[in-house]
Ligand binder design. Structure first.
Ligand code: FMN
Ligand code: MN
Length: 451
């Protein structure tokens, strides 16, 4: 099957052999994996997929840095880096429903009862000050306890015991919603946490949209075929048949546990918080399962999230401003949008659309189509030269954003802002940009001047 992690690794090896590196020397899961990924990037400018064959304390090899290249993610979706947004949007528009199959390699080993031991898995600690080992590449698969609505998302797990973890559920996100529905009924929420999948599945899990949009259909469309699912041993939850490893779990009602500190994607390490508790009912895995770790807060994590967020923002802005040209998420809680503004006011509509389409979005900058949103200097230039802050900044107070924003208020609320950095009243009527006359530009050849 082409929908497992291994077939993607084969593709990486074929495409660009230097993009896949095996480390045979034993590594310590405490800090060494993250340190090696970051050192490779900073000191050697390299971001290969890394497979650590021997990780102290566990028999499972560990794969990390899988998503640390746009070209790699594009290949996972069967497109080019330039084509990623269009490909992702097409998958959102034309999902392919999943298919249930009787069994699959993820069932080769089934562990229940006394055999469940999370400490047998690699105990990876990522950053200085982290409260302990975290599983960072787990994708949740769950169903609304009152409906046939399914949801997938990445949710990090802090290891708390042989069969216990904490889970971070962002307020207002879909798994949070399912859990609150179950909790109000006094019931645990069955959930599976899936580790080690094809990156098209990871990208699909990160789709931003209505709770009614089924990420599993987007995964299928990205893969180009229905996602094959098998039933869990201990619940009706369906999981990818070709995954490396599955934790079959429940999120408990009315119980919380301390979680963190943890080095977050924001670049900060937040302190301890109270979080929901996960009880593991079974572990199933391939006989020779590869454990997957995402190097949190570095490119492996950030690039993976960016494509689905940008695609959704593009979709949302386009619904309001059909002449949107480009959308970029350059960092946490921020997006840059360029539009060809037909009439005044469309920039503000673009701001409202972007803020309304993504819970995490906090600052939106809108520029004209002559500004390249992928060039920070050009965006800064437009803010400096086309924007009057008292006229062009919109602030929305007391909203919800990411609960990981260290600047959020005590009650977790945040303000959001939009910056209209388009030329007023229009680009055509604005004072012209300077240039050398086009005729001179074309006439001159550097070589004629010995340059
Ligand atoms: C590596 C990684 C780890 C993440 N960890 C969490 C997490 O612990 N909790 C959370 O709420 N979101 C986390 N996210 C973000 C969510 O997966 C993302 O917002 C997703 O779209 C939410 O799904 P939903 O829109 O269906 O609710 C993580 C994303 C990535 C890429
Ligand atoms: Mn969802």
């Amino acid at each position: 099957m082409a929908q497992d992690l291994r077939s993607f690794l084969d593709l990486v090896k074929r495409r660009k052999p230097e993009d896949f590196r095996i480390v045979s020397k034993e590594v310590d899961p405490a800090y060494e994996l993250t340190a090696l990924v970051v050192k490779l990037e900073r000191e050697a400018g390299r971001r290969p997929v890394l497979l650590f064959e021997r990780v102290k304390g566990s028999r499972f090899p560990v794969l990390t840095n899988l998503h640390a290249g746009r070209a790699r993610l594009a290949a996972a979706m069967g497109t080019t880096p330039e084509g990623t947004h269009a490909r992702y949007l097409a998958a959102m528009e034309r999902p392919i429903p999943p298919r249930i199959v009787p069994t699959g390699p993820v069932k080769e080993v089934v562990l229940t009862g006394e055999k469940i031991d999370l400490y047998a898995l690699p105990q990876i600690v990522h950053h200085d000050g982290d409260a302990g080992p975290y599983f960072t590449a787990a994708i949740s698969f769950a169903r609304d306890p009152t409906a046939e609505t399914w949801n997938c998302a990445y949710n990090r797990l802090m290891v708390k015991g042989r069969d216990t973890t904490s889970i971070h559920l962002t307020t207002g996100k879909h798994l949070f919603e399912f859990h609150r529905i179950a909790e109000a009924r006094g019931e645990p929420l069955p959930v599976a946490l899936v580790i080690g999948v094809h990156p098209a599945i990871g990208l699909g899990a990160l789709a931003i949209g209505s709770i009614d949009e089924d990420e599993r259909g987007i995964m299928g469309a990205l893969l180009g075929e229905p996602l094959e699912l098998v039933r869990c041993e201990t619940s009706d939850v369906l999981v990818p048949a070709h995954a490396e490893l599955v934790l079959e779990c429940e999120i408990l009602p009315r119980a919380r546990t301390p979680e963190g500190p943890f080095g977050e994607f924001t670049g900060y390490s937040l302190g301890e918080r109270q979080r929901e508790i996960v009880r593991v009912k079974a572990i199933t895995h391939r006989r020779d399962a590869i454990f997957h770790d995402i190097t949190v807060a570095h490119l492996d994590h950030m690039l993976l999230s960016t494509i689905p967020i940008e695609a959704n923002l593009h979709r949302a802005v386009r619904a309001m401003v059909p002449s949107v040209r480009a959308v970029r998420v350059p960092g946490p809680f921020t997006c840059f949008v360029s539009i060809e503004q037909r009439v005044p006011g469309q920039a503000k509509n673009a701001i409202l659309a972007a803020l309304g389409a993504d819970l995490y979005m906090k600052r939106v900058v809108v520029v004209d189509e002559d500004v390249d949103v992928f060039d920070d200097r050009q965006v800064n230039w437009a803010i400096a030269t086309r924007c009057q802050p008292d006229r062009d900044i919109t602030i929305v107070t007391n909203t919800r954003g990411s609960d990981l924003d260290p600047s959020a208020r005590e009650d977790g609320s945040t303000a959001k802002w939009g910056v209209d950095a388009t030329a007023k009243p229009s680009l055509a009527a604005y004072t012209p940009r300077h240039r050398v006359p086009p005729a001179v530009w074309q006439r001159l050849d550097l070589k004629d001047f010995g340059l």
